[in-house]
Design a protein around this ligand. Structure first.
Ligand code: CS2
Length: 486
């Protein structure tokens, strides 16, 4: 077995990092350094520094709840490889902008200090949908959540919003330079949402601190919206072994990704920023149409394939894309329901975009697992489906394909038992009625605080979902038979 990747081992192997690590200074704090950030933001930031000849956008990477990522990255001096899989894949690269790795839960106040550091000009986040602790129905900060309460009470902050708010408050107290907070999660209006959650946090603090934080954030912080896109599956042992064979060193933090990568960022910064556009990012005035098209096409279609695919024994998204019935369902979902209600960004052909997404699903080299995409459905589905369903309902139509996605998710909830991966797993399982009839299950899960009331309470939605739930419970062939009728 080879030695472990780190700066010394890389140098000893005669390889250099793309960035001059001695010259690098920290300008970015990143919260949530999972596989996605490593394959997306970290690569873009490295490329931006290389293109602009800058060295002050080194990253302090903060891990989330599990110590696993810290154990992967910290012993490697923050170095890791990114390998592309699929047509057009470029050679594997060692990515080098991460200068420091902080175990977020080990010393939360150290994270707050880094956010408050005057050298920090940008904070980026990939903390997943559930990381925002927004109330599912109101969209406001969920102050009923124990972790949010503890952060408000002054405990070492564990939630991303708590850490950010405490860091910004410290900046206010120290009169530090302005900072831009860049949310990179799949939520509509992610920057605005985060700004409002920080404002909610401020409003729930004792008055003096709360007012100071709110006033400073208003004046000296910006929260641009962004759309991020790259399919990044969880790294497998086989991936790690393949990287080791190629690199000659063991990289426990290796990530694999599709060749495609896109980042659309609202051009609204409070101060200096990396020249991400030099790395291919699009800086635009309004991200909303980009976010809408990505969430409602790519992410929603992903969810459809993952939940239906799991029910049919498919382990990867590519296997789902090969399944004629599922490919047909996702195609019709896009064509009949999503695209007609979508205002695509100027210059984009939404049909061509949807076709390119279907091709990306079919990337067999990627092994994107259905189980991973199916995680956290209670948080992922509302932003992916609600904006598609509303205009259909408003016109008196039937959002039947969206209802199919909901029904497939509900089947997944009902059959997963204790294996269900969802922040609301407990309440969802508790809501399942004894006996498990279609209508009872659907009504209970729709009402469990997952979908906004206007949809959960709409009788048309309830019957459509219940209908599909019966079809999906009827066993092999029923989906195909039903689809032929439509
Ligand atoms: C996926 C996304 O896991 C999921 O829910 O839909 O992670 C998707 O792969 C990315 O958003 C692609 O940019």
């Amino acid at each position: 077995m080879s030695g472990r990747l780190d700066a010394a081992a890389l140098a000893a192997a005669g390889r250099t990092t793309a960035l001059d690590r001695r010259a690098l200074r920290t300008g970015i704090v990143h919260l949530g350094v999972g596989a996605f950030f490593r394959a997306h933001g970290a690569v873009m930031t490295e490329d931006a520094m290389l293109a602009a000849g800058e060295a002050d956008w080194g990253v302090c990477a903060v891990t989330g709840r599990s110590p696993r990522v810290w154990e992967q990255l910290a012993p490697q001096d923050g170095l890791f490889t990114v390998s592309e899989r699929g047509a057009g894949a470029r050679p594997m690269r060692v990515v080098s902008p991460v200068r420091e790795v902080l175990g977020g839960n080990g010393d939360p106040w150290a994270v707050v200090e880094r956010i408050a550091d005057p050298g920090t000009r940008v904070v980026t986040l990939t903390v997943t949908e559930k990381g925002y602790c927004a109330h599912p129905v109101t969209g406001r900060l969920d102050t009923g959540d124990d972790r949010v309460r503890a952060d408000l009470d002054g405990a070492p902050p564990l939630t991303p919003v708590g850490r950010l708010a405490r860091g910004l408050l410290l900046r206010a107290e120290r009169d530090a330079p302005p900072v831009t907070v860049v949310s990179c999660d799949n939520l509509p209006g992610n920057g605005r949402l985060l700004a409002s959650l920080v404002a909610d946090f401020a409003a729930a603090l004792p008055a003096a601190d709360g007012e100071r934080l709110a006033a400073w954030a208003e004046r000296s912080a910006a929260f641009p919206d962004t759309m991020v896109d790259r399919m990044v599956p969880a790294t497998t042992r086989a991936d790690l072994d393949a990287v080791e064979r190629e690199l000659g060193l063991r990289d426990e933090a290796a990530v694999v990704a599709e060749p495609f990568s896109q980042w659309v960022v609202e051009d609204r910064f409070a101060g200096r920023r990396p020249r991400w556009e030099a790395a291919g990012a699009q800086l635009v005035a309004d991200v909303a149409p980009w976010e809408a098209v990505k969430l409602r096409v790519l992410n929603a279609g992903h969810s459809l394939l993952a939940y239906l695919g799991l029910g049919r024994g498919h382990r990867t998204i590519a296997a789902c894309a090969d399944d004629e019935a599922l490919a047909g369902a996702v195609h019709r979902f896009f064509d009949e329901e999503v695209l007609p209600g979508l205002d695509a960004p100027e210059g984009m052909d939404a049909r061509e975009y949807a076709a390119s997404v279907l091709r990306r699903y079919g990337n067999h080299a990627l092994a994107h697992s259905t189980a991973k995409v199916a995680e956290d459905g209670s948080k992922k589905l509302p932003p992916r489906l609600a904006p598609t369903m509303r205009p259909v309902l408003a016109k008196g139509g039937e959002p039947r394909w969206s209802a199919l996605v909901l029904a497939a998710w509900m089947r997944h909830v009902a059959v997963s038992g204790p294996d269900l991966q969802d922040p609301l797993a407990g309440p969802l399982r508790a809501a399942l009625p004894e006996g498990g009839g279609a209508r009872g299950t659907v009504t209970a899960l729709l009402r469990s605080g997952v979908l906004p009331e206007d949809l959960a309470g709409d009788e048309r939605v309830v019957s459509l979902v219940a209908h599909w739930y019966r079809v999906l419970s009827a066993g092999p062939g029923a989906l195909e038979a039903e689809m032929r009728e439509l």
